[in-house]
Design a protein around this ligand. Structure first.
Ligand code: ATP
Length: 370
């Protein structure tokens, strides 16, 4: 791990007991190998009329130091609530959590010093300049005036905003503001940076730029990044991801491993007669293969989907059914999400549930007869 200016900031924010001349006093404290650990973490909100919302229901999580970890989940899954507990901004109802070695319940102040946060809603003052916003934040985190100035300059350069340092925040584009927030979150060189939907509302170009800076900053500082998102491509950028649904972790792994678990490709055939085609396809594929009545055509999941295309086209041609289009796509993270939750992350209920299996579809459909 390279030394960097932020190490000084962290050392100052967290006084140690070593005396002058102690060699260890020159080095930042060793980082724990786990940046975040939670066990049975719960958050329930009391509502009107004695109702309770269980936003987070018993979360066990281990995030390694230096890892980029994403929490993927739809609106209301409990992502922001988890973040608030991990940043010691909300008190857990039950369970425990440590962040950068500090306990969120016993040492919330220490946790807050060790983490950086990028909230969903801007925490910048639009009537101050980019530089002023960062300077105030640096001073709030206890950086001495001179050091704060150096650090602000460094971070403005790091996010490509050095030439806009004197611009009022209100005059910056959405993407620039997000990058400024990133600089703000990293000013005090936090051990763990929490980013709550960091690119929501940005166009694809600005989104890609934020990630480009984020990766560069992570590589330079070795910070752990914990990102919440409902953008699949954002989750693809991460080392590991956890799928959160109704306050529970329903799956966890690298994007590659999670997709590999699904195994089968999605095959879609658009034909001249999808109803008849479904019967033909069902007879051709292994028994138990799920076929869906997809508006796009006949769709099914089979391993090695592209190898099935010529076989199924031949079977359909034999029955005089024209095939207008055929495609096989490997599993996506949306498929992973669908597999674990029974719905798509973007458009709830847009994936119809499998309506028949191969064996059932191959049966003559007596109830369909007039
Ligand atoms: N302060 C609060 N008081 C009562 N209920 C809350 C509060 N904060 C969150 N909730 C509820 O807890 C659940 C989880 O909300 P949370 O904001 O953590 O989800 P999320 O996954 O971050 O969603 P989003 O992507 O929309 O931000 C929701 O049902 C929400 O309505």
């Amino acid at each position: 791990m390279q030394a960097h200016a932020g190490d000084d900031a962290r050392t100052r924010a967290t006084p140690r007991t070593a005396g002058p001349g102690d060699a260890d006093a020159e080095r930042p404290p060793a980082r724990p190998d786990r940046a975040i650990t939670t066990r049975g973490l719960v958050k329930s909100y009391p509502g009107p009329d004695g109702t309770i919302t269980d936003a987070v229901r018993g979360l066990d999580l281990d995030v390694l130091t230096g890892e980029t970890y994403a929490f993927l989940g739809p609106n209301g899954a409990g992502k922001s609530t988890t973040l608030a507990m991990l940043c010691a901004l909300a008190r857990p109802t039950a369970g425990r959590a440590t962040v950068a070695g500090a306990d969120v319940l016993r040492s919330p102040d220490q946790v807050r010093r060790l983490v950086g946060m990028l909230f969903q809603h801007s925490a910048l003052d639009p009537d101050l300049t980019a530089e002023q916003n960062l300077h105030i934040h640096a001073r709030l985190y206890g950086l001495r005036r001179r050091h704060a100035r150096v650090r602000v300059t460094e971070m403005l350069e790091a996010v490509g905003l050095a030439d806009r340092r004197r611009a009022l925040v209100r005059t910056l584009s959405g993407g620039m503001r997000r990058r400024l927030e990133l600089a703000r979150g990293l000013l005090h060189a936090p051990e763990v940076l929490f980013l709550d939907e960091p690119t929501t509302g940005l166009d694809p170009h600005a989104r890609a730029q934020v990630w480009q800076y984020l990766r560069a900053l992570r590589d330079r500082h070795g910070s752990t990044l914990f990102v919440t998102t409902h953008y699949l491509e954002e989750a693809e950028n991460c080392d590991r991801l956890g799928i959160l649904d109704h306050g529970r972790l329903v799956a966890e792994g690298t994007p590659l491993a999670l997709k590999a678990e699904i195994g089968a490709d999605r095959l879609v055939l658009r034909t001249g007669d999808d109803v008849a085609a479904r019967q033909v396809v069902a007879r051709a594929v292994p028994p138990g293969t799920a076929l869906t009545a997809d508006p796009e055509g006949v769709s099914l999941r089979v391993p090695d989907g592209s190898a099935w295309i010529p076989r199924l086209c031949a079977a359909l041609a034999d029955q005089g059914i024209a095939v207008h289009a055929a495609s096989a796509t490997p599993p996506t993270l949306d498929d992973v999400f669908f597999h674990h939750t029974g719905r798509s992350i973007h458009t709830p209920r847009s994936h119809p549930a499998p309506d028949v299996t191969a064996a059932a579809a191959a049966e003559p459909a007596a109830e369909e007869a007039p």
